[in-house]
Design a binder for this molecule. Structure first.
Ligand SMILES: [Zn+2]
Ligand SMILES: [Zn+2]
Ligand SMILES: [Zn+2]
Length: 348
């Protein structure tokens, strides 16, 4: 009996196809299959080995395979298996105590159980906490999970900001935090949870409007050394583009026995007779540097975009001199829709 099926596609990466042969899997799937087998589960892939291809992405985040469990698996069992699996991705604590400030990698894991789908997305510790809560939370509703929970907190804070009599320092601080948090929730939910994405987008637009009307100085183009930059998080959140390198693995080997990691029993990261097992990619190619709608990776997310000064001069007329404050009109005029084509994204 197969207890877990590793499905085509990669958790949190809609650019990796979820259908078609050969099936595409994150390279991490090989390790995850071994870890789950070590937990005593029977694991199979949606495709036979000859019909499987692996892709790997930047190492600072882990995109785990999509795991499908039978509907009969209880929340407690599921929680236990996921907790054991996720623990393998905690940063190793060399030396004495836990260092709270160690930067944690991000982990992306989608789990299907019957017709439920759980999207676990966050730092390894956050994802671990969410998996532990499945045990206590009974049914393990997707709504109980991390990103949705964060959105609920945003909604509560937004309610406070709506009622505040502006200007108000506390409300201003809350609105600034909401602006950054909602942008991140959009990034994290896009593709995984379209409904949450739209709700976060709507609330972000509202927050942007409140800031623009009551705290104009917080919603304008940044000016530095003769140039203007778009840095309003509400504005930038509407540009659904980012760079995403994707590498297709052609061949790899186990560092201990030299076999294809798909075939041997060594688990990457584990120690065998004092030697740590690694998977080495011996042949791979950059499949594409995709312009994707998900600037999830910090380095590829736009935080600043220069604005053409001539465009500003034309838009604002002869009174314009470089250095004057130029408001972010995005938040004044309301939502003009999401821009997926970077070329059309002009600010006037
Ligand atoms: Zn091996
Ligand atoms: Zn703005
Ligand atoms: Zn919008």
């Amino acid at each position: 009996m197969t207890e877990v099926i590793i499905k085509r596609g990669a958790s949190g990466l809609p650019s990796v196809p979820r259908s078609g042969t050969p099936g595409t899997y994150p390279y991490e799937a090989i390790k995850v299959a071994k870890l789950l087998r070590a937990e005593g589960l029977t694991v199979s892939f949606e495709d036979e080995k000859l019909d499987r291809e692996y892709v790997t992405h930047d190492a600072a985040e882990f995109w785990l395979p999509i795991l499908a469990f039978g509907a009969g698996i209880t929340s407690n069992v599921l929680s236990g298996v996921l907790v054991e699996l996720i623990k393998n991705y905690l940063p190793s604590r060399s030396g004495s105590d836990q260092q709270p400030d160690v930067e944690q990698p991000l982990l992306h894991l989608e789990v299907i159980r019957g017709d439920e789908r759980l999207v676990l997305d966050g730092s390894v510790q956050d994802v671990l906490t969410a998996a532990e809560q499945l045990r206590n939370g009974g049914a393990g509703e997707p709504e109980e999970l991390l990103v949705r929970e964060r959105f609920r907190q945003c909604e509560a804070e937004a309610e406070g900001a709506r009622r505040a009599s502006h200007p108000d320092q506390q409300a201003k601080d809350d609105l600034h935090r909401l602006r950054a948090e909602l942008r991140e929730i959009m990034d994290r939910s896009e593709g995984n949870d379209p409904e949450l994405f739209e709700r976060a987008h709507g609330l972000l637009d509202e927050v942007g409007g409140i800031i623009r009307r009551n705290y104009r100085e917080s919603c304008c183009l940044e000016y530095r050394e003769g140039a203007y930059y778009r840095e309003c998080p509400v504005d930038l959140a509407h540009l659904r583009v980012g760079l995403s390198p994707e590498i297709r693995v052609r061949a790899s080997e186990c560092s201990l026995c030299g076999a294809d990691p798909d075939d041997c029993d060594h688990i990457p990261g584990n120690e065998y007779d004092g030697q740590v097992c690694n998977s080495r990619i011996t042949s791979g190619e950059i499949e594409r540097v995709a312009l994707v709608g998900r600037p999830r990776w910090q380095l590829t997310r736009f935080t600043s975009l220069e604005v053409n000064v001539e465009d500003l001069r034309q838009a604002l007329g002869p009174a314009f001199t470089p250095g004057v404050r130029v408001s972010c009109d995005h938040c004044l005029s309301g939502c003009q829709g999401l821009m997926s084509n970077f070329q059309t994204a002009s600010h006037s």
